[in-house]
Design a protein. Structure first.
Length: 444
């Protein structure tokens, strides 16, 4: 393979300009996406206790009053490039950092979702690896294939408080997108209540990914996040062996696109972030042997069709959480699963674009360790978003939007992208904003 052919192969995999690679150059790129928002919650369920066997948040009746804010939506700066190393191979790299345009966060800090607030060096998609005719393989921190395919149909830049991550990739319960979460035992020593454990909208660290080349419109991606958090063999510590693996398969032919994603979390104990602490399956060590295990799975189907100036999209998702233990009480929650879907609409109108989204997550189903009565009623949500963007140039968009997350009586879904204002049971998250999005890239 000659140098130009190699550069073309790598460019198709990395989706960066050929000139950045043909000369072994480096591309500097950035997206600055900032909006001025008005947000509030309203309609919280009146304070009261949950019935035995009822899954969900205890109602408090508390709402967040209206407030304004400036929010940086996944603003970033990055460097990427490739270098021919012979034998048909190229070394490839990318270093991408969050920019806290809305504040003066210390450079080097790390925030969830990379991010609505703050900044940090190499906190976003960052990796190093090899590429060739086989595709590419790399180590680092990167959006999982499962997460990435939603971006094919998301109508509002795949970020901010109005994007699909408010309903897709989350079971609710105040859980949003994350960069990377360690499996951490809760303070009571009974459950893994870290909310990041339950999210399927992940930029996952400690991972290796393989991306295939595109063959007749078909391509695949595979991820494995290593089990670095495995416990030592000691009766003094809880025995866990956490890892993540997943894949996506995408097919595009003319105006049609379809993708399938799957992701599995072993010993991430996502149910511990969902179940009330008093009814979580215990995860205490017993004689140095694993006394508990979990398997959480996500399955997603994405479709898109474009005709003329119109794009229609759909997402269907099923999340399932299972946790078992020899020490579980009959009233402990053993499993929860729920289905969700979203319809998206993008319509170009002159120099602007109309953008809309309707999402819905259903109540779902739960089970108790003892097989008794269990209810997941009142855990559903609807998401309604309408926006419009006006293109000033190839690099600059002005946009406005209105979004509403409508929770059922015991549900606590909230704005995505680490930009929530808190969600008490039954409270609607309401937001409207005006923003500007500017992109640039330069190759050296």
């Amino acid at each position: 393979m000659n140098r130009r052919s190699l550069a073309l192969a790598v460019a198709s995999v990395f989706a960066v300009p050929l000139a950045a690679l043909a000369d072994g150059g480096v591309q500097i790129y950035s997206t600055l996406n900032v909006d001025f928002e008005g947000v509030q919650t309203t309609g919280a369920t009146v304070a009261g206790a949950l019935s035995p066997g009822q899954l969900g948040a205890t109602p408090t009746g508390v709402n967040s009053p209206s407030r304004s804010r400036v929010t940086s939506n996944s603003s970033n700066i990055g460097f990427r490039g490739a270098s021919d190393i012979g034998a048909g191979l190229s070394a490839i790299f990318q270093i991408e950092s969050a920019i806290g345009v809305d504040n003066q966060a210390t450079f080097g800090s790390n925030t969830a979702s990379g991010s609505a607030v703050g900044g940090g060096f190499a906190t976003r998609n960052t990796g190093v690896g090899l590429a060739g005719q086989f595709g590419r393989v790399f180590y680092g921190q990167w959006d999982t294939p499962y997460k990435a395919i939603s971006g094919a149909v998301d109508p509002l830049y795949f970020t901010g408080i109005a994007y699909t991550g408010a309903v897709i990739g989350t079971p609710g319960f105040g859980i949003g997108p994350v960069t990377n979460g360690n499996v951490t035992l809760s303070a009571d020593g009974k459950s893994y209540a870290n909310a990041t454990n339950a999210s399927f909208e992940r930029r996952q660290g400690n991972s290796v990914q393989y991306w295939s080349p595109t063959l007749d419109g078909l391509k695949a991606r595979i991820v494995y996040s290593a089990n670095e958090g495995r416990s030592n063999s000691s009766s003094a510590v809880t025995q866990v062996n956490p890892d993540i693996w997943g894949f996506s398969a995408e097919y595009e032919n003319g105006p049609a696109y379809v993708a399938l994603g799957y992701e599995r979390h072993d010993d991430y104990f996502g149910l511990g972030a969902i179940a009330p602490a008093a009814q979580a399956v215990p995860v205490a060590a017993l004689g140095g042997q694993p006394s508990a295990s979990s398997r959480d799975t996500g399955s997603k189907l994405v479709g898109r069709y474009t005709f003329g100036e119109t794009q229609l999209g759909v997402i269907y998702e099923r999340l399932k959480y299972d946790q078992t233990s020899r020490l579980a009480a009959d009233t402990d929650f053993k499993s929860y699963d729920r289905n969700a879907y979203a319809f998206t609409f993008v319509q170009k109108i002159g120099p602007g674009t109309l953008r809309a989204l309707y999402g819905r997550a259903q109540d779902g189903r739960c089970a108790l360790a003892g097989g008794g009565a269990c209810s997941a009623s009142g855990l559903g949500v609807r998401q309604i978003t309408l926006g419009y963007s006006y293109t000033l140039s190839g690099q600059t968009d002005l946009y406005g939007f209105y979004t509403r997350i409508v929770n059922d009586a015991r549900a606590t879904y909230q704005f995505a992208n680490a930009a929530g204002i808190g969600a008490t049971a039954g409270a609607d998250n309401i937001g409207a904003g005006l923003g500007v999005r500017y992109t640039f890239d330069k190759t050296f």
